[in-house]
Ligand binder design. Structure first.
Ligand code: PEP
Length: 255
């Protein structure tokens, strides 16, 4: 872990009805102000609920150290895009971040690097920090292409105007998401070093400030090891972010 302030972000995906989601958000906010205040002093904690819960979560956490973000946004500000949510709408609800290019969006909705770059650009235009997800599939890793794929995704998804502080990158190997499997610490270190080097090529010294999160089956039991790797600046957490105790344990394990 470096001098960069860690970010622990929870991606609730399509989970949570009002009562459970609000209980979870309240529990995390209370923890950051109480037992978790030591963790709160060294890291930022963010939850990204489904779109239906962004507004109520924003309202119950107002004035606390917990922050809220979206899971996706459209590339346009407004218009005839039934079912979509714009970055400006998320900003209007109190979001500070939005996840873009999650592998489930890339797979289920055919999002390409170009789509992701446009969404990330919209996020910047709306004064949101895009959390840009990149990561190789298992077949790509087995074929020895992991570094090349992630470099291509990084360069293809980074929007114009990106700096080390207005975007966050999440390295999420697709085969580790929701599977309970994680890469070796050496593999995570290698991927994060590559992303930092790619960032340096685009952003110059600004790359030193860029937060690069690891995501993929982060749990209380493996968080200390994964978060302790050089160039890992926090985590994007799916399943384990749905239980307050597990998400808090991950944050506590983050140096
Ligand atoms: C994710 O959805 O981004 C993720 C990393 O999920 P999980 O932690 O469940 O693997």
């Amino acid at each position: 872990m470096s001098a960069r302030r860690a970010l622990i972000a929870g991606n609730w995906k399509m989970n949570g009805l009002r009562a459970d989601g609000l209980d979870l958000a309240r529990a995390l906010a209370a923890w950051l102000d109480g037992e978790g205040s030591e963790a709160a002093a060294r890291l930022d904690m963010l939850v990204c609920p489904p779109a239906t819960l962004v507004a109520p979560v924003a309202s119950v956490i107002a004035g606390t150290r917990l922050t809220v973000g979206g899971q996706d946004c459209h590339a346009q500000e407004k218009g005839a895009h039934t079912g979509d949510v714009s970055a400006w709408m998320l900003k209007d609800l109190g979001c500070g971040h939005v996840i873009v290019g999650h592998s489930e969006r890339r797979t289920d909705h055919g999002e390409t690097d170009e789509t992701v770059r446009a969404k990330a650009a919209a996020a910047l235009a709306a004064s949101l920090v895009p959390i840009i997800c990149i990561g190789e599939t298992e077949a790509e890793r087995d074929a020895g292409q992991a570094l090349a794929v992630v470099s291509r995704q990084f360069n293809g998804s980074l929007p114009e105007g990106a700096t080390g502080t207005n975007v966050v990158i999440a390295y999420e190997p697709v085969w580790a998401i929701g599977t309970g499997r994680t890469p070796t610490t050496e593999d995570v270190a290698e991927m994060h070093q590559r992303i930092r080097a790619d960032a340096r090529a685009c952003l110059g010294d600004g790359a030193d400030a860029l937060r690069v999160l690891y995501g993929g089956s982060v749990k209380p039991g493996n968080a200390a090891e994964l978060m302790g790797i050089a160039d890992v600046d926090g985590a994007l957490v799916g399943g384990a972010s749905l239980k307050a105790a597990d998400f808090q344990a991950i944050a506590s394990a983050c140096p």
